[in-house]
Design a protein around this ligand. Structure first.
Ligand code: NOJ
Length: 577
C-alpha cells in the first residue's frame, strides 16, 4: 500500500510510526531482589517489549531522589537512585535498547526539584544566597496557633493543602505547586534555565532519544502571584488558573526548544495539563517555511482524563463528551501537528475500571485498546495495560503510598469524612492503582520479585499475568500484539485522516481513518448494552480484527447481517478504494 507520506511531503518521522510503552521502573521488574524494580529489570524485559512491537520507551524518573513523590522530586539530575542501579546500567540500557531498534525517552522534571537538591539547599540557606532567586520565595508571617495561615497568597497545592511552606531559617515562604518537598524553580531567572539546559545537554550527549517533559505547563506563574477570588471563603483555593498554561509561558518554552532540544535530533512529549485543542498548535504545530511552529513533537493533553480531580468520585463514562474531546484534538492537529494517544499512565487508575467494566475484562480491555490506539497519533501503552491489569482493592488507608493520596486523606479527614468514605473514593481514583508491581507470572509476588515488593501486589495476579497471556492466542496481550502489528504494517493507519462517525450515539465510538487507497472503520461498543451500529455496511469492507472470536468469519457475517454489537465489542474493518 503506498501513500503520500505526510503533511509537508517530508519523510514520515520515525516517532509517528512508533508504538510507545511507558515504564514505571519501581514497579516493572526487580533483578537484584530488593523488592524494587531496577534498570537491569528493564534490560531483562527488552525482548518482551520488542516482541510486543514496541519502538519507543518512556521511563519515569530513576534519578537520585528522596522519593517523596516517587522520583518526581529530584535531588541530583545527573545521578541514578541506587534502588535502580547506576549510570553504567543506564548506558547499557540505552545500547541494549538501540540494538533492538527501541528508542528511550526519559522523564525531564524541570518545574521543580527536590528540597534536598543542592540548589535548593543553597537557596534556603540565607536571603542573600546566590541561588535565593532560583526558587520562588515570598514574605508572610510565622504561622501560630492563633493565626495558622499567613501564606503569601491563597493558592492550593495540586497535592492539597497550601502551595506555600514556611521556612523558619529565613522567615519566608517558598512556593511548591506539588508536595512541600518539591519547591518550584523560578523560570524568570536566566541562570536557572542555563543550568537546566546544561543538564539536558549532558543527558542527550549520553545517547537518549528524547524526553517526556513533566508538568511543563506550570513553569509560568501569574505575575505578582495574586490571591485567587475566594467567594466560598475556603482556606486554600484551587489555583490552576494562575499557574497552568498562563500567558507568557511561550517565551520559556521556545528557549527550551531552541537552546536545549533543537541541537539534537530527538523526540519530545510535553505533559501539558490545561492545554486545550484550541490552543494546542502553539505547543505542537510543525514548523513550516513561514512559521517556527510549536515546541514539542507531541503533548499529553488532559481533557479526556479527569486527572487531579481526586475529590470527585468516578462518574460513568460520558461517551458523547469523550468523543467530542478526542475528535476536537484529532481535527485541530490534522495536517498541522501530532497527537500522543493514551488512556493510562502512572497518574491514573486503570482504564478498564475507569472507562469500562472489570467484570468483562477481555472485552473491555480490547474495546478500549481498539478505540484509542488507531486514532491518528503515536499510541502509548502503560505497563500492564497490555494484559488488562485492573485496580487493586485497598483495604485500609494506611496502604496508600502516593503523597497526593496521603495529603488528600488528611484533608478529607479534617473535613470530617469517614475513613470508609475516603477509602471508597481512593479505591476508585487513586494513582496508586497503576503503581502496583507488574504481573509477569502466577508465582509469588506475580514474578515481579522473589522477595516482598515495595508495594502491594494486585490480588488478581494469578488470573492476569504475562506468562499465561503469552500462551493464549485469545488473550488481551495477543490482541495488543495484533493491533500493534496491524498499525505497523499499514501506513494508512498512521497517516489517514480521522473522521468521527455517529457523534451523538451514547454507546458506540466509531471512526474512520481515510487514506488515499484505504478507509479503515473502527467500531467499538463502549457500553455494557448490546447496541445497534447505524453505519452503512457498504462502507465497511473486510474485517481485519475483532474481539468477538478472533479470525472467525462468522463474526463478520453476523455483524454485517444484524449490525448489533455486543457489550464492549470491537471491529476493525478495512476497505480498499
Ligand atoms: C506529573 C507526574 O506525572 C506526576 O507523577 C508527578 O507527581 C507530578 N507531575 C509532579 O512532578
Amino acid at each position: 500500500m503506498t501513500l503520500a507520506p505526510n503533511m509537508h511531503s517530508k519523510p514520515l518521522a520515525w516517532w509517528k510510526k512508533a508504538t510507545a510503552y511507558q515504564i514505571y521502573p519501581r514497579s516493572f521488574y526487580d533483578t537484584n531482589q530488593d523488592g524494587i524494580g531496577d534498570i537491569n529489570g528493564i534490560i531483562a524485559k527488552l525482548d518482551y517489549l520488542a516482541d510486543l512491537g514496541i519502538d519507543l520507551i518512556w521511563i519515569c524518573p530513576f534519578y537520585a531522589s528522596p522519593n517523596d513523590d516517587n522520583g518526581y522530586d529530584i535531588s541530583d539530575y545527573q545521578a541514578i537512585h541506587p534502588d535502580f542501579g547506576t549510570l553504567e546500567d543506564v548506558d547499557e540500557l540505552i545500547s541494549a535498547a538501540h540494538k533492538r531498534g527501541i528508542r528511550i525517552i526519559m522523564d525531564l522534571v524541570i518545574n521543580h526539584t527536590s528540597d534536598e537538591h543542592p540548589w535548593f539547599i543553597e537557596s534556603r540557606d540565607n536571603k542573600n544566597s546566590p541561588k535565593r532567586d532560583w526558587y520562588i520565595w515570598r514574605d508572610g508571617c510565622e504561622p501560630t496557633a492563633e493565626k495558622p495561615t499567613c501564606d503569601p497568597n491563597n493558592w492550593e497545592s495540586i497535592f492539597h493543602g497550601s502551595a506555600w511552606e514556611y521556612d523558619k531559617k529565613t522567615a519566608q515562604y517558598y512556593l511548591h505547586l506539588f508536595s512541600k518537598k518539591q519547591p518550584d524553580l523560578n523560570w524568570e531567572n536566566p541562570e536557572v534555565k542555563q543550568a537546566l539546559f546544561k543538564m539536558i545537554y549532558w543527558w542527550l550527549e549520553r545517547g537518549i532519544d528524547g524526553f517526556r517533559v513533566d508538568a511543563i505547563s506550570h513553569i509560568q506563574k501569574q505575575p505578582g502571584l495574586p490571591s485567587l477570588p475566594n467567594p466560598k471563603g475556603e482556606k486554600y483555593v484551587s489555583s490552576f488558573d494562575y499557574h497552568m498554561n498562563v500567558a507568557g509561558i511561550e517565551k520559556h518554552l521556545h528557549e527550551l526548544k531552541e537552546q536545549a532540544f533543537d541541537p539534537f535530533n530527538i523526540v519530545t512529549v510535553g505533559e501539558a495539563n490545561g492545554v486545550t485543542a484550541d490552543n494546542a498548535l502553539l505547543w505542537v504545530a510543525e514548523a513550516t517555511e513561514h512559521d517556527q511552529g510549536g515546541v514539542f513533537n507531541m503533548i499529553f493533553q488532559f481533557e479526556h482524563m479527569k486527572l487531579w480531580s481526586e475529590e470527585q468520585s468516578n462518574v460513568p463514562l460520558d461517551l458523547v463528551e469523550f468523543k467530542r474531546i478526542l475528535s476536537r484534538w484529532q481535527d485541530a492537529l490534522e495536517g498541522k501537528g501530532w497527537n500522543a494517544l493514551y488512556l493510562e499512565n502512572h497518574d491514573q487508575a486503570r482504564s478498564i475500571d475507569t472507562f469500562a467494566d472489570p467484570t468483562s475484562r477481555y472485552a473491555s480491555a480490547t474495546a478500549l485498546a481498539s478505540c484509542y490506539f488507531l486514532m491518528k497519533g503515536t499510541p502509548f501503552i502503560y505497563q500492564g495495560q497490555e494484559i488488562g491489569m485492573v485496580n487493586h482493592q485497598f483495604t485500609s488507608l494506611d496502604e496508600f503510598n502516593d503523597v497526593s493520596a496521603r495529603n488528600l486523606i488528611q484533608k478529607l479527614s479534617q473535613q470530617g469524612q469517614s475513613d470508609a468514605d475516603i477509602l471508597a473514593l481512593l479505591n476508585q481514583v487513586s494513582r496508586d492503582h497503576s503503581r502496583l508491581p507488574m504481573q509477569w507470572n502466577a508465582q509469588d509476588f506475580a514474578g515481579f520479585s522473589e522477595v516482598q515488593p515495595w508495594f502491594s501486589v494486585n490480588q488478581q495476579y494469578a488470573d492476569i499475568n504475562v506468562e499465561q497471556q503469552q500462551k493464549d492466542p485469545n488473550s488481551i496481550l495477543s490482541f495488543y500484539k495484533q493491533l500493534i502489528a496491524l498499525r505497523k504494517s499499514n501506513v494508512s493507519l498512521v497517516v489517514g485522516r480521522y473522521q468521527l462517525l455517529l457523534p451523538n450515539d451514547p454507546n458506540i465510538y466509531a471512526y474512520q481513518r481515510v487514506a488515499q487507497d484505504m478507509t479503515w472503520t473502527i467500531i467499538t461498543n463502549l457500553s455494557p448494552q448490546e447496541s445497534i451500529v447505524d453505519i452503512d455496511r457498504m462502507q465497511l469492507g473486510e474485517l481485519m480484527l475483532d474481539n468477538q472470536n478472533i479470525n472467525n468469519e462468522h463474526v463478520r457475517s453476523d455483524f454485517i447481517a444484524t449490525q448489533i454489537a455486543p457489550p464492549y465489542a470491537a471491529y476493525i474493518f478495512a476497505r480498499k478504494h
